[in-house]
Design a protein around this ligand. Structure first.
Ligand code: ZN
Length: 146
């Protein structure tokens, strides 16, 4: 699922759960839950196969996606706790990226687990299913962020 949605959900969790460690934990695990739902993603194939030479457009897409999510959150809240909730919600993908760069047994185990949980990327799902799915999540997250 795209960064914007992960960030918004993590931030929304942090606005609702006042027990800080629990909020961060829930934000972190929300990532796996969201990834398991049928969703639309943009491709980052070059990054995934470490074809760095052609990966710039994918990094730009990811960067814009991050900025969009952060921008929406900052529009509603400047609370550092809320921003940290957003951070914990995308931490999983940071670990996935680190796995591409460093060879670590634990990163590899996490990577395989994430792949198992993730909605199959090659599964063709009609956008009639995936787009409303994601819109509903965004609307609920923004509702709690306000
Ligand atoms: Zn993910």
């Amino acid at each position: 699922m795209i960064f914007t949605i992960h960030l918004l959900v993590g931030a929304a969790i942090a606005t609702q759960i006042k027990i800080i460690p629990l909020a961060f934990l829930l934000a972190f695990f929300s990532h796996y839950f969201l990834d398991s739902l049928p969703h639309w993603d943009y491709f980052v194939k070059n990054i995934q196969i470490k074809n760095w030479g052609e990966s710039l457009p994918e990094f730009l897409k990811g960067g814009l996606d991050m900025l969009l999510g952060l921008g929406i959150i900052l529009f509603f809240s400047r609370d550092i706790f809320v921003l940290l909730g957003a951070f914990f919600a995308v931490l999983v993908d940071v670990l996935i990226f680190l796995n591409l760069i460093f060879s670590s047994k634990w990163l590899k185990i996490h990577n395989d687990l994430h792949l198992k949980i993730h909605f199959p990327e090659d599964k063709k799902v009609s956008s009639f299913l995936t787009i409303p799915n994601q819109l509903i999540i965004v609307i609920i997250a923004v509702f709690f962020l306000r």
